[in-house]
Design a protein around this ligand. Structure first.
Ligand code: MG
Length: 381
């Protein structure tokens, strides 16, 4: 049978090093408080039965807002005058429905990979305590007044992370027997003669301490995915072919327009500008300018593709629907997709071109012109 495992998060600190404003565990990251990211990382592991958070008495409204709707949380308890006291308060709160294992975690490590929990639980089979840590690989120098003074041996040195995992009864007893506050629970356990195993940490499990850490976390949290839509209509005029997605298709009429009137390509172009919130094709290429008269529409599309790249995005998908009774689009759809894929530089399986009639209704149904609509999806690289 699997063991009862609780997590204990110490979130009572003021966290002023991360910059002004809220305590860092409540600062938003991608619009979500850091503490909530941390709780969700722990809750994502099925083995975690419940979580006890230790908070500052002033932070009750912040805690309530940060944890709204989350399950498996015990009522918060207040911290003490140092970290050791805060952890002890949390352990004593857990003792009334005691777990067998406790994972003591920093509130400000929101990107805990689940594999670390697996490694810790495995290590607890052989030791009463375990912590994740990374071997120091950089050279170490002792410095004074901004100058390097002497190299230091990095042999055997590790950078400690959390959670620190313990047999619950053992660490609670260690706290009760402690005579002086320790830096953390591993230090306390070692003071008491307990064996604490080291398991492999993970660079992703970094602690948010400085404003630079927050900037990094913000970049990693916010995946900027955008969709834009486009819609366009061109009327038929005298002629013997239409141009759609860059392909010349024989027809009883041509399309009327300032450029080559490629309604489908215009629509895709507008979807891209829309995703960037950079206006539309008419703003980039005003019909009042003679330069664009009769122009092949790929210059418009290539401009939008250039803007996508300049803004640091990649096009991940384009879907275009052409609406007309005639000409028949189906026989040309594959070649249209290939041309759009070529112009945008994306894979063929990311480009869709399809067609529909409007059941003889409306202006397209009466054969007065062709309408098109498109959706484009961009992802920030
Ligand atoms: Mg147009």
């Amino acid at each position: 049978m699997s063991k009862k495992i609780s997590a204990l998060i110490v979130a009572a600190g003021r966290g002023t090093r991360a910059g002004a404003g809220l305590p860092k565990q409540y600062r938003p990251l991608g619009g979500v408080p850091v503490l909530r990211h941390t709780l969700q990382a722990l809750l994502a592991h099925d083995a975690v039965r419940d979580i006890q958070v230790v908070i500052h008495p002033d932070d009750v409204p912040l805690y309530d807002a940060a944890t709204a709707g989350l399950s498996r949380l015990r009522p918060p308890v207040f911290g003490g005058k140092n970290r050791s006291e805060s952890v002890l308060n949390g352990l004593e709160a857990l003792a009334n429905d005691a777990p067998e294992i406790v994972l003591i975690h920093d509130a400000a490590r929101p990107f805990l990979p689940p594999e670390i929990i697996d490694s810790l639980l495995l290590a607890l089979g052989d030791a009463p305590g375990a912590l994740p840590a990374l071997q120091v690989v950089d050279a170490l120098w002792h410095g004074e007044d901004g100058a390097a003074k002497a190299p230091r041996n990095r042999e055997g040195l590790h950078r400690a992370q959390t959670p620190q995992a313990f047999d619950f009864a053992t660490i609670l007893k260690a706290h009760h027997s402690a005579t002086a506050p320790a830096d953390d629970d591993v230090a306390l356990a070692i003071q008491q003669g307990l064996n604490v195993a080291i398991v492999e940490g993970d660079e992703r499990n970094y602690k948010l301490t400085t404003p630079q850490d927050f900037a990094r976390a913000e970049r990693e949290t916010m995946i900027d995915i955008r969709t834009g839509n486009g819609f366009d209509v061109h009327a038929f005029t005298e002629g013997n072919a239409v141009i759609l997605c860059g392909l010349k298709i024989p027809h009883t009429h041509a399309l009327l327009g300032h450029s080559d009137a490629d309604v489908a390509m215009h629509t895709i172009t507008d979807a891209l500008f829309g995703a960037l919130a950079e206006g539309d094709i008419g703003q980039w290429f005003p019909p009042s300018e003679a330069e664009w008269k009769g122009a092949a529409s790929d210059i418009f599309l290539l401009k939008a593709v250039e803007r996508v790249a300049a803004r640091g995005f990649a096009i991940t998908h384009i879907d275009c629907t052409i609406i007309c009774e005639a000409p028949k689009i189906g026989p040309h759809a594959a070649a249209m997709r290939a041309e759009i894929a070529r112009l945008t530089g994306i894979d063929l399986d990311r480009v869709s071109v399809k067609a529909t009639t409007s059941e003889k209704l409306g202006f397209t149904g009466r054969g007065e012109g062709i309408a098109a609509m498109a959706t484009a999806t961009l992802v920030k690289l």
